[in-house]
Design a protein around this ligand. Structure first.
Ligand SMILES: [Zn+2]
Ligand SMILES: [Zn+2]
Ligand SMILES: [Zn+2]
Length: 1022
C-alpha cells in the first residue's frame, strides 16, 4: 500500500471502467432496489466545494446501500436550461455582433450547456462517484422536455393553470421574472425612508374631526415607504381594522392620522416634540375614508387589511396593487387593478399618470426616480420627515446578477395554490399533508433507529413554512433558453389557450424533435384545430404561440417523472433525495408540488439535506464569494492608501499579512510596473486565497475530500479549510496504517477462515469487537450517518492497534508457521482486514480497493471490494467475558508500563506515544525495583500483585500475560496491588529477543529453534 493516491486514483478509475464494475454491480439479481435520484446541478462552471460535499455524500449512499445488499442505479443529471447560460451566450453574441434570434440563442446555449456537462461529468466522476455517466439525464433532452409538458398537463387537468396580471419579483437587469428560489437577500440595502402625507378629502376630514375631537384644519393620512418610486402607482391606503388609530397634532394646524401604537416612532422619525394626540379611533371610523393621491388627480381610499403591522411605519400602508403581493390582495378584494407603469427595463412607461409625467418621471428608471419623487413631495409640503433620510434593511436581490429586484405586475402564467384539484383539495393543502405524512414516517423511523421523511427533522418546518406562505406559482419567464410555454393565443379575440389536448400533442412532438420545434412556424407542432374559449374550434393557424418559457424550477421539479418514472430499473416514489438545505425552496419544493399534481403524493420517501460549505469564519466559500471579499479588501486598501498616503498604514488598517518588511518591499517593487488597484488586488488575493478543489485533488487525491466529507457533521453548515482537511487526512492515515499492518502480517500464504481454526482468546476478542463494528456501521449507513461510520472505523483501528496488534506481532513473525496461535491470528487478521475494507469502501473506495488488491486470496474473493458482500459476523461465545478480560489486561498493561517507565532507557519513545494517545500511565501502586539497568521492557521480570477476582477474569485470555505484554517474565499473585520489577535472569533469544529459559546453545529459544527448522530461511524478528 503506497500513499500517492493523487497519482494512483486515476488508475483505479480506469480499471473500474474497463472491467465494467458498476454495470456488474447493477446486474446482480435478486437484490431489492434502492431508488436514489440525483438533483441536477446547473451545467455552468467548475465544481466547487459545495459540489464536492454533495457528490461525496451521494456516493456514500450509492455505495453503502449497495454494500448492504441493494441495487442502486444512480443516474446523474444536469439542469441545462436557464438564465445563467443564456446571459453568457447573449453577451458572447453581442460581442460577435450576432442577432439573438431564439433559435440561434437556443443552439448556442445547447453547446454551452453540453460543454459544461462534459467538464462537470469528468470532475464528478474523478471523485470516484458511481453512476451511469455515459447515460446521464439532461433537462434539455427531448424526452425530458416532453416529460415537463406532461407534468404541466397534470396541472392543467386539475384546472390550476391560469394567465393573469400579478406582481412578481422582477430583475430588470436580466429582464425576467424570478422564482422564489432565485431570489436572494442583501442585508445591507440602503433605501430612502419617506413619510408621505395623503390629504383626506373634505367629507373624510370632517368625519375624522367629529370622531376624534381634533381641531386641525388640515388632516392627512400619513404613510411610510422605502420605495418612493412606487408612489405613482398608489391606488389606496391600507389600515388594520382591529387596531386603534389617532390624530397626531403635528403643528401648523395639521393633524396626521396614524396608528396609536406608532405615535412615538412617528414623532421620532419626523422630529415632532411634545406631541398631542386625539382620543383613539377604531377601524370602523377609518372605514370608507377617502384620501387624495399626493400628486395624481385621483382618490386613494382607506381599505382594511389584516397584514398591516404595528412595528414600523405609521400603521397606514401605501398600497400599489401592481407592486406588492399584499397590495395586490387588497386590490383584488376591492376591485383595484394591478397597475404598474413600469416596463421590462425598470423604466416608467406610457401608462404613467399626468402628475408623475409633470414631475419629469416619464422614461426614468426607478432608482433614478426615488430622489425626484422625494424632492417633489418635499416641494409640495407633503413630506413629513426631512428629505434624504435612508434606512438600511434586508432587500431582495437577483441570485444571478445580484442587482436589487423590483416587484412589478406583469402578465404571466400561474399555477393556483388555493384552487380545488380533482379530489377537492387545493394544491397547497395536498402539499402540506404530504409534508406531514413524511414527517410522521420520519418519526416512526427515528423510533426504530432508522431515517426517513425529513432528515434532519427541522426540514419539515422549513419547507412547510415556505409552502404555507408562498404565492401562486409564476411558471412563465420571458426568455428563450428553456421549455416553451405550450400555450397559444387566439389571433381573433386574443384569448389564451392551454388545454390537455394541446399539451398532449405538443408533448408528442417534443418527445421526438425536442422543444426547439416550437420555434419557427412548422404547423405540425400544433394540432390541426384548437378550441378558443370565445371563438370555438378553429384551425391552428389562427393562433400564435406563446413566446415565454417554463420556470426552470418547474423543469427540475419534474425530474422524478422524466427519470425515475420512466426507467423500469428505477420507479416511484424515489427512496431518497439528497441536496443542500437551500433546496427546501428550490428542487424539493418544486418536486413536491409537481408530485402532488401528477401523482397526488410527494415523489420522495426521504429528503436528506446538508449544509453549505463555508470557510473557517463561517463565510460562504465559493470562488465568486471569495472574489467578492478580495475585491472589497482591494477597495479598502486603495481607500486607505489614498487617505493615509502610505502602504504600511493601509495594509495595517486592513490587517493584511503583507506588513512584514520583505512583503512591503515587494509591494514597492510591484508598484513600479502596476497600478495601485492591481497591487492592492495582488495583496487581497494573497490574503484571502481561493484554492480550487482541482488543485487539492492533484495534490492529495480525491479520497481526502471523501475522508473530509465523511468526517463532518453535514447536517449543519460545514467549515472547510486546509486545517480541516489536514485533520481528516490525519485520521485517514491512522486507518491506513492499521491496514498496512494487517496486510504486512498476512503477506505470503493464504490465511485460514476464522470458522476453520481454534481461535485464541485475543483473536476472539478482536473479532467480537469487529462484529459490533459491523452491525453498528450497518445501522449508521442505513441512517446516512457517515460521520459515525468514520468515527467507528477509526475507534476500532485505534483500539486494536493499542494492544492487540502489537501483542500478536511476536507470534505472527516468530512462531513456527503452524503454531496454533499464529494460525489463529492470521485467520483473525484476514477477516478483520477484509471486513474493514468492505465497511470503509463506500467512503474510501480507492483505499479499500488497494487493500483488497493486497489481500491474499480466500474462497469467494471477488475481483473488487465493491462487489464484496457485507461481511459476515464470526459466531463467538463469551463475548462479555472476553471484553472484561481485555479491560483488565489494559489495566495491567498500564500498571506495568507505569512501573517500567522510570527504569527503562528505551521507554522514552513509548512514553511519548502513550502521552500523545492521552493515556498517561500512573497508578497509586507501589513499585519495587531491583537492578534498574533495563534496556527494554523485554529485559524486565515483573511480579504483579492483583486482587484474586481480576486474576480469574484475566484467565479468560488463556495465554501467558508476559507474551501479550512483551515483558521478559511476568508472575501474577493475589493480594494488594503492587508491582515488583527485576532484571529478567534468563538469556535473550537471538531471533525474537525475548528472554526465555529455553534458550539453547545456538542462542535460540525453543520456538525459534523450531521455526527456523521449519522455514530454514527464517522469518526475521521485527
Ligand atoms: Zn438579474
Ligand atoms: Zn378567439
Ligand atoms: Zn526466540
Amino acid at each position: 500500500m503506497r500513499a500517492d493516491l493523487a497519482r494512483r486514483e486515476p488508475f483505479w478509475l480506469a480499471r473500474w471502467k474497463e472491467t465494467g464494475l458498476y454495470t456488474r454491480m447493477l446486474a446482480r439479481e435478486g437484490r431489492p432496489r434502492f431508488v436514489f435520484h440525483d438533483g441536477p446541478p446547473y451545467a455552468n462552471g467548475h465544481m466547487h466545494y459545495g459540489h464536492i460535499l454533495n457528490n461525496a455524500l451521494k456516493d456514500f449512499v450509492t455505495r453503502s446501500q449497495t454494500a448492504l445488499g441493494k441495487t442502486v442505479k444512480f443516474v446523474p443529471g444536469w439542469d441545462c436550461h436557464g438564465l445563467p447560460i443564456e446571459l453568457n451566450v447573449e453577451r458572447a453574441m453581442q460581442r460577435e455582433g450576432l442577432e439573438p434570434t431564439p433559435s440561434l440563442v437556443r443552439s448556442r446555449c445547447r453547446e454551452e450547456a453540453l460543454r459544461w456537462v462534459d467538464v462537470q461529468r469528468t470532475e464528478r466522476a474523478r471523485l470516484g462517484v458511481l453512476g451511469t455517466w455515459d447515460q446521464p439525464y439532461l433537462t434539455m433532452d427531448p424526452s425530458y422536455e416532453a416529460a415537463v409538458i406532461q407534468a404541466l398537463r397534470a396541472f392543467v387537468s386539475h384546472g390550476l393553470v391560469y394567465r393573469g396580471r400579478k406582481p412578481v419579483q422582477w430583475c430588470w437587469h436580466c429582464r425576467t421574472a424570478l422564482a422564489e428560489a432565485e431570489v436572494e437577500y442583501a442585508d445591507d440595502h440602503v433605501s430612502p425612508s419617506v413619510y408621505v402625507k395623503f390629504p383626506l378629502d373634505d367629507a373624510s376630514a370632517k368625519a375624522v374631526r367629529q370622531a376624534s375631537g381634533s381641531t386641525a384644519s388640515r388632516l392627512v393620512a400619513l404613510i411610510w415607504t422605502t420605495t418612493p418610486w412606487t408612489l405613482p402607482a398608489n391606488l389606496a391606503v391600507a389600515y388594520h381594522p382591529g387596531r386603534a388609530y389617532t390624530v397626531l397634532e403635528a403643528g401648523a394646524d395639521e393633524g396626521w392620522l396614524v396608528a396609536r401604537a406608532l405615535v412615538d416612532a412617528v414623532c421620532a422619525a419626523t422630529g415632532i416634540a411634545n406631541a398631542r394626540t386625539s382620543i383613539d379611533l377604531s377601524g370602523a371610523v377609518l372605514s370608507g375614508l377617502m384620501a387624495r393621491h399626493p400628486f395624481e388627480d385621483r382618490a386613494a381610499p382607506l381599505l382594511p387589511a389584516d397584514y398591516v403591522e404595528m412595528d414600523t411605519g405609521t400603521g397606514l400602508v401605501h398600497t400599489a396593487p401592481g407592486h406588492g403581493r399584499d397590495d395586490y390582495k387588497t386590490g383584488q378584494a376591492n376591485g383595484l387593478e394591478a397597475y404598474a407603469p413600469i416596463d421590462d427595463d425598470g423604466r416608467y412607461d406610457g401608462t404613467l399618470g399626468a402628475g408623475a409625467v409633470a414631475m419629469g418621471l416619464g422614461g426614468m428608471d426607478v432608482w433614478d426616480a426615488n430622489p425626484v419623487v422625494e424632492r417633489a413631495l418635499s416641494d409640495r409640503g407633503l413630506l413629513a420627515n426631512a428629505p434624504g433620510r435612508t434606512v438600511t434593511h434586508k432587500y431582495p436581490i437577483c441570485w444571478r446578477c445580484k442587482h436589487p429586484l423590483i416587484t412589478r405586475a406583469t402578465v404571466q402564467w400561474f399555477i393556483a395554490l388555493d384552487e380545488g384539484m380533482k379530489d377537492g383539495r387545493t394544491l397547497r393543502a395536498a402539499a402540506l399533508a404530504e409534508i406531514d405524512r413524511l414527517a410522521d414516517d420520519g418519526d416512526r423511523a427515528t423510533a426504530n433507529g432508522q431515517a426517513a421523511g425529513w432528515v434532519p427533522a427541522w426540514g419539515r418546518g422549513r419547507i412547510r413554512g415556505m409552502i404555507e406562505a408562498r404565492p401562486d406559482w409564476c411558471i412563465s419567464r420571458q426568455r428563450a433558453w428553456g421549455v416553451p410555454i405550450p400555450a397559444v393565443h387566439c389571433s381573433t379575440c386574443g384569448k389564451s389557450v392551454i388545454t390537455e389536448a394541446l399539451l398532449d400533442h405538443v408533448a408528442g412532438v417534443f418527445a421526438v424533435r425536442g422543444a426547439d420545434a416550437w420555434y419557427g412556424d412548422d404547423p405540425t407542432v400544433l394540432p390541426e384545430t384548437i378550441v378558443c374559449p370565445a371563438c370555438g374550434e378553429r384551425p391552428s393557424k389562427d393562433f400564435t404561440r406563446d413566446d415565454g418559457i417554463i420556470d426552470v424550477w418547474f423543469e427540475s421539479g419534474s425530474s422524478f417523472l422524466a427519470v425515475a418514472g420512466r426507467d423500469p430499473e428505477l420507479g416511484l416514489p424515489v427512496d431518497l433525495y439528497l441536496e443542500g438545505s437551500d433546496q427546501h425552496r428550490g428542487w424539493f419544493h418544486a418536486s413536491l408540488l409537481v408530485g402532488c399534481a401528477v401523482r397526488g403524493q410527494a415523489p420522495f420517501r426521504t429528503v436528506v439535506t446538508h449544509g453549505f460549505v463555508c470557510d473557517e469564519h463561517g463565510r460562504a466559500y465559493s470562488k465568486s464569494d471569495v472574489r467578492r471579499r478580495q475585491e472589497a479588501r482591494r477597495d479598502a486598501i486603495v481607500d486607505a492608501v489614498k487617505s493615509s498616503g502610505g502602504w504600511p498604514q493601509a495594509l495595517r488598517a486592513v490587517e493584511s499579512a503583507w506588513t512584514a518588511p520583505d512583503k512591503l518591499a515587494e509591494v514597492q517593487k510591484l508598484l513600479r510596473t502596476k497600478s495601485v488597484d492591481d497591487v492592492a488586488m495582488t495583496v487581497a488575493q494573497a490574503d484571502l486565497p481561493y484554492i480550487p478543489p482541482e488543485d487539492v485533488i492533484r495534490e492529495l487525491g480525491a479520497e481526502m475530500f471523501r475522508a473530509w466529507a465523511a468526517s463532518v457533521d453535514f447536517e449543519s453548515d460545514v467549515p472547510y479549510s486546509r486545517k480541516h482537511l489536514d485533520q481528516a487526512v490525519e485520521a485517514y492515515r491512522k486507518l491506513r496504517n492499521t491496514f498496512r499492518f494487517l496486510l504486512g502480517a498476512l503477506r505470503g500464504d493464504p490465511a485460514p477462515e476464522p470458522t476453520d481454526v481454534a481461535l485464541e482468546a485475543l483473536d476472539r476478542w478482536a473479532l467480537a469487537r469487529l462484529g459490533q463494528l459491523q452491525s453498528a456501521c450497518r445501522s449508521h449507513y442505513d441512517r446516512y450517518a457517515f460521520r459515525a461510520v468514520s468515527a467507528a472505523l477509526l475507534d476500532y483501528a485505534q483500539e486494536i492497534s493499542s494492544l492487540y496488534l502489537d501483542a500478536s506481532k511476536d507470534w505472527l513473525y516468530n512462531d513456527p508457521g503452524a503454531s496454533p496461535r499464529r494460525t489463529s491470528a492470521r485467520a483473525a487478521f484476514q477477516h478483520i482486514a477484509r471486513s474493514l475494507a468492505v465497511i470503509a469502501a463506500p467512503i474510501l473506495p480507492f483505499t479499500a480497493e488497494d487493500v483488497w488488491d493486497h489481500l491474499p486470496g480466500f474462497a469467494g474473493k471477488s475481483d473488487s471490494v465493491h462487489l464484496a458482500p457485507w461481511p459476515a459476523e464470526v459466531p463467538l461465545e463469551d463475548v462479555a467475558g472476553l471484553t472484561l478480560a481485555m479491560q483488565r489486561l489494559r489495566g495491567v498493561r498500564d500498571k506495568v508500563n507505569a512501573a517500567l517507565e522510570p527504569l527503562v532507557g528505551a521507554w522514552g519513545v513509548e512514553k511519548q506515544a502513550a502521552k500523545k494517545a492521552g493515556r498517561e500511565p500512573g497508578s497509586g501502586d507501589k513499585v519495587f525495583a531491583e537492578d534498574v539497568r533495563i534496556d527494554h521492557a523485554r529485559d524486565a521480570s515483573v511480579t504483579l500483585t492483583l486482587p484474586a477476582a481480576e486474576i480469574t477474569e484475566l484467565g479468560t485470555l488463556g495465554q501467558k500475560l508476559e507474551e501479550i505484554l512483551g515483558v521478559g517474565a511476568l508472575s501474577v499473585v493475589a493480594g494488594d496491588s503492587a508491582v515488583i520489577v527485576r532484571r529478567a535472569p534468563s538469556v535473550a533469544c537471538d531471533r525474537c529477543w525475548r528472554r526465555r529459559r529455553d534458550v539453547g546453545s545456538l542462542g535460540l529459544c525453543a520456538r525459534c529453534d523450531e521455526a527456523v527448522r521449519v522455514h530454514p530461511s527464517g522469518q526475521v524478528g521485527t
